[in-house]
Every structure is written in C-alpha cells, then in structure tokens.
Design a binder for this molecule. Structure first.
Ligand code: BES
Ligand code: MN
Ligand code: MN
Length: 457
C-alpha cells in the first residue's frame, strides 16, 4: 500500500495551491462585513473533511459556526483523538505595511506569506491533510477522530464553551491535539507545557459633558486624560511588578524541574532584542526573559485614546479618556478575580471628580499541561523523527482560552505541538509560515498516528 509520507512529498505543489485557496478567504471574525467570508472558510473546512472521508457538518451558534468532523472507523474500543483549530483570522490592517496583500498568499524566501498562514489556518490545514492522506493511502486510522474547528478564537470563543458543554458526550475523547503555536527555533520542535490566560478590559474615564476649550475651562474642570494617565501609571511599581493589591496571591510557584528546563534552553537574548528592535528588554525584576514570557503574569496597556490626536494643535480639554488593558495570567489566577481586583484598585485611586467604568472584553483561563502519557509520547516521537531532534518543552506567552475548558469539560489532556516559527508575525503585517513545514508538519502528524497504532498493539 502507498506510503503516506511519500504521498505528501509527491503532492507538495498541489498541497501548497490548496492551502492558498483556504488562505485567500478573508475569514476575519471580528468584522461583520466579513461574515459571509468567515462562513465560507467554515464551509471550506467542512468540505475538506468530507473529501478526507469524515462525516462533517456546520453547527450553528449565535456567532460563527463550529465545524464538526467525525471518523469513528476505529471502533468503540479504540481511543479517540479530538483535533481543535480555528479557521478565523485577525484583521489584516494596517494593509500598507504588508509586502504582498494579506489575502493573496505568496511564497518568498521559502515562506508562505498571508494572514492566517501561521495563525491558524495553515496549521489547521496540516491536520486536515494528514487525515486525508492517511485515509487515502491506508484506508484507516488507528484511533477515532473528532475535529472541532471554530471561527471565533480571535474574538474570545464566546460560543465554543456552550457548544462543548452541550456536546460533551459526542466530543468525548482521550486527548485533544492542537497546532496553533510555534516551535522553539527552526532546528528545535517543541511541545507546550503552558499557555497564559487573559483578562482584557476597557477603562473609560468621563469628566465634563463634552470637550471644552482648554484655556477657558482648563484648571477648574477635571481632565480625564490626566486622571487616566495617573491610574495607568499606578498599575506597575518600579521593579516591573503589577502593583494591584492581591494580583499575585493566586500565582503558583513553578516546580524546580520546569524552571531548570527553561534555564537550560539555548535562548538567544540579544537576538530576541534585535528582532523586536527595542533599545533594551524590560520586565519584572528577578526573572529571565523566557520566565517573564511563560510563567509570570503581566499587565499591558494595549490602546489609549483621548483628546486631539490629529495634525497640529487643538487646545481642547477632553471629556473622556479610554484605555484597553490586558493581563496575561498564569496558574492559578482567575480572570474574573483579576477584573475584580482592577476595579477595586481604580475605585480606590480615582478622584471623585470623574466617573470610571470598566468593561470586560475577553477572558480566558491559563493552562498548564502535564507533559506525559501515550499521546504526548506519540507527539514527542513523531516530532523527533521528522525534525531530527528531540522536541523541547516550552511555555507560551499567548493564550488559547478554550484549552483549559476543553480539559475540564472533556476530562482529557491537551497536547500542543505548533509548527510556526518564532517571528511568524501572528496578528501583524507579513504573517508567514515556513514552506518546508507544510511537508514536515503533515509528516509529523502522520507519524503521530503511526505511533499511536504502535502503542495500541
Ligand atoms: N494562536 C494564538 C495564541 C498564540 C500566539 C500561541 C503566539 C502561540 C504563539 C491565538 O490565536 C491568539 O491569538 N490568542 C489570543 C487570544 C484572544 C484573542 C482571546 C491572544 O493570545 O491574544
Ligand atoms: Mn491561533
Ligand atoms: Mn491569534
């Protein structure tokens, strides 16, 4: 019978063209004007699951549909693997900073450039293709497979948890497999031991009824921009720690082995600094860069808006000031509790001359995985065989809020193996995915199933 890995190599040109077709669909979940295209991406995934030989359908929600695929050919006694990915992408703006248009994929220097190439359409495609090629060449899989592809990951997955809870039995599985992250370096694949959680809030400070002449009124009327600046400045102390009372109370110290593992990684601090282009790196005192990114919580101002910001000068006393602030969280912090602590902090400090409102935009629990078990081992060995070096254990500063919910609701471990590379420009202009990882990613996933077949014997 045909060798599936050979099939991948033989079909590489067709695979690239097919992935391009997927990437050309502007499935920007955040924008209502792209609702039809976002749905088109869901239909594209469903149709590819069907072609691969899975039963597949769109499950409607109050938002973008969930694509559900199932292959139960291994029988009720065989384990079940659930594959999760997202077909939605972040907005591509600012468009003028892209070298080639975001929804017209292009290969340059062995990289596929397009919005979603790395996050996450390119990586979801690897899974669809591995299943298709295995079913075509072998006619079977060693495990049952459930695919859940959502279209709202980039806007907070509001409708996915209710979907999981409604379908707990149907989605029952022994492991959840996700490719929506990156490798440690081009030579070194990785498996994740953590993702940070997220609490994303908007702070609105209101003063006068409307904008006022800053000379005629300034000095006698509260300035919301000044108040907001002081409030934002109070969020950190001068050692880079978050200065909100109680913020660190639930943070658990990591085990010595994990911290030792992080320290042992060959991380190029200066190369990282150069890549981001800042004069110096900065963060919480007493922690290395990787620790700051992976196992420590943060508070970041993501956006600021107030007063006159166009060309030239306009003497105006703004009526409002707004900031978007996000906290990245680590176990066992809870986004709801963090939102509460922020509200209390602002209430204590804000003068009574203004009104301060806090709206929650996103929340997600942090995730900490147990790097063990047959599925983890199968992934480890598949990565090692394909990339020629053992994967390292890494954390991840970004968030995939549904991962903790998956583990809790389905009572199965999540395995996160990503194929993007550092500097992939996720959410930024010129997002890219390494062209060679199209082949290597599919090959890894094929070997993952082969390993599972072996352990099942
Ligand atoms: N795939 C990313 C998370 C990620 C980023 C993993 C970088 C590994 C490396 C995911 O799509 C994402 O962007 N998550 C958002 C969550 C939010 C929109 C609720 C994030 O981390 O900001
Ligand atoms: Mn993603
Ligand atoms: Mn993303």
């Amino acid at each position: 019978m045909a060798d599936p890995i050979r099939a991948v190599q033989a079909e590489l040109d067709d695979l690239t063209e097919e992935l391009f077709e997927f990437l050309r669909i502007p499935s920007v979940s955040a924008r209502s004007e792209y609702a039809v295209e976002t749905r088109a991406a869901a239909i594209w995934v469903r149709d590819h699951l069907k072609t691969a030989g899975l039963k597949a359908s769109l499950v409607e929600t109050d938002g973008h549909p969930v694509v559900l695929g199932e292959w139960r050919g291994a029988g009720p006694d065989a384990p079940t693997v659930l594959i999760y990915g997202h077909y939605d992408v972040q907005p591509a703006e600012p468009l003028e900073l892209w070298t080639s248009p975001p929804f017209e994929p292009e290969i340059r220097d062995q990289r596929i450039y397009a919005r979603g190439a790395a996050d996450d359409k390119g990586q979801l495609y690897l899974h669809l293709k591995a299943l298709e090629i295995l079913l075509r060449t072998k006619g079977t899989l060693p495990v049952n497979v459930v695919v859940v592809a959502e279209g709202e990951e980039e806007i907070g997955s509001a409708h996915l948890l209710p979907f999981l809870e409604r379908n707990r039995e149907r989605l029952a599985c022994d492991a959840i497999v996700i490719s929506d992250s990156q490798m440690f370096s081009p030579e070194t694949p990785s498996l994740l031991f953590s993702l940070r959680g997220l609490s994303y809030l908007e702070i609105l400070v209101r003063g006068a009824r409307s904008d006022l002449h800053s000379g005629a009124y300034g000095g006698a009327v509260p300035n919301p921009a000044t108040v907001l600046a002081r409030l934002l400045a109070s969020l950190h102390d001068d050692r880079g720690r978050v200065a909100i009372e109680g913020f660190y109370d639930q943070v658990v110290e990591w085990d010595a082995a994990t911290r030792e593992g992080i320290r042992a990684l060959p991380f190029d601090e200066e190369g990282y600094r150069e890549e981001v282009g800042a004069a110096e790196l900065s963060g919480e005192e007493g922690y290395s860069t990787l620790e700051r990114l992976w196992i420590r919580p943060t508070c970041e101002i993501n956006g600021l808006l107030s007063g006159y910001t166009e060309e030239g000068a306009k003497t105006v006393l703004p009526a409002r000031a707004m900031a978007k602030v996000s906290f990245r969280l680590v176990p066992d912090q809870d986004p709801e509790e963090v939102a509460h602590l922020l509200r209390r902090h602002l209430q204590r400090l804000a003068p009574t001359s203004v009104v301060v409102d806090v709206h929650e935009l996103h929340r997600g629990l942090p995730w900490r995985g147990a790097p063990e078990g047959p599925f983890f081992e199968a992934a480890r060995s598949a990565l090692a065989r394909t990339f020629g070096s053992e994967p390292v254990l890494t954390g991840e500063g970004g968030s995939i809020p549904i991962v903790s919910d998956f583990e809790r609701v389905l009572k199965a471990p999540a395995i996160l193996l990503g194929f993007a590379l550092p500097g992939a420009n996720m959410h930024a202009p010129d997002e890219w995915f390494p062209l060679p990882h199209l082949e290597l990613g599919i090959a890894t996933l094929i070997r993952f199933y082969e390993e599972l077949a072996r352990t099942g014997d």
